[in-house]
Design a protein around this ligand. Sequence first.
Ligand code: ZN
Length: 397
Amino acid sequence: MALAAGAEKQQGKLVIRHIGLMLSGALERPILDADTVVAENGRITALGREKDCDTDEARVVVDAHGTALAPGLIDSHVHPVFGDWTPRQNQLGWVESCLHGGVTTMISAGEVHLPGRPRDIVGLKALAVTAQRAFSGFRPAGVKIHAGAPVIEQGMVEADFADLAAAGVTLLGEVGLGTVKVGDEAARMVGWARKYGLRSTIHTGGPSVPGSGYIDADTVLAADADVIGHINGGHTALPLTQIRCLCEGCGRAIEIVHNGNELAGLSALRFARELGQLERVVLGTDSPAGSGVQPLGILRLIAFLASFGAVPAEQVICCATGNTARQRGLDCGLIEVGKAADFLLMDRAQHSAGTDLLESIGKGDLPGIGMVIVDGIVRCGRSRNTPPADRVPELLG
Ligand SMILES: [Zn+2]
């Protein structure tokens, strides 16, 4: 039965009513004046006030009981291998645990932890195709993992990128984790990737683990990948002057990760804010990593940036939802008609010093998740990982 998780979408109509706060994921309007969302066959079909929505003949009804609804969180930077196993910390069930942290979509920055990972060109292409197929066919706990992200190596030619695209690969793993580390060479391959529709990301900063490399700001700018991967290091960060150069010197996505340097992450957020370019900021965990797997990594990053970064919580949440979806061309991450019905229902944690959800996050507390929905299917009720919230949504059937 597990394999069926690949294509499952909710059949029929889902209605979520009595939503106390609707967070859109869109920076230009992060809070919507609405209390009801309707989805059919896994897509949002209506949102607004309940009296204005057609809620008849719902197959599944959720009473939010005044909790907040947001788009499911997107982790912009993960390193999956196969299924719900990671050899990095020899751990099972890490993706399912992240679902309980509100994450409904993950983007691979390379399946680099595979023991014996092939580095020859035929082998790396085969691995990319296999990973893309495997995660298309199987969603651990329902989480959508966009994987099949080859790490480019010296000797690749344009035809290799055409082959990858023709085989269904849509991503490049972190540039710099293989033998291609120089700006010009990387730029040529990133250009080929872009020509064939593959989105790219580049490792930024010091080596993550023995075997990976150091990439400075000049190299990142020369390579011109779509995403400045972990601009705050993974974990060793560049000097803040170089991070500022990256923010000011290009228009590419600014990725801040949980498994990075916190001061550098906070600084990158500040540089983006000062530039008036918060829409470039996307959040990831870079997990599994040397520091482990943090199922609440994205939530912790949101609370950290909202409490220290002088950016309101509802805007930081956009950095983990709509910004990422737009930067990466995904059909989720926004509460908008036509988008995937991926939802997170949450409320202020019990005994938080904040009086409501957004204020509690602004004070650095994590929210309590009450339900996570992917493609219209309820994947979990009250999270086993977050602190309990005052209010919990109810599945009415
Ligand atoms: Zn990296």
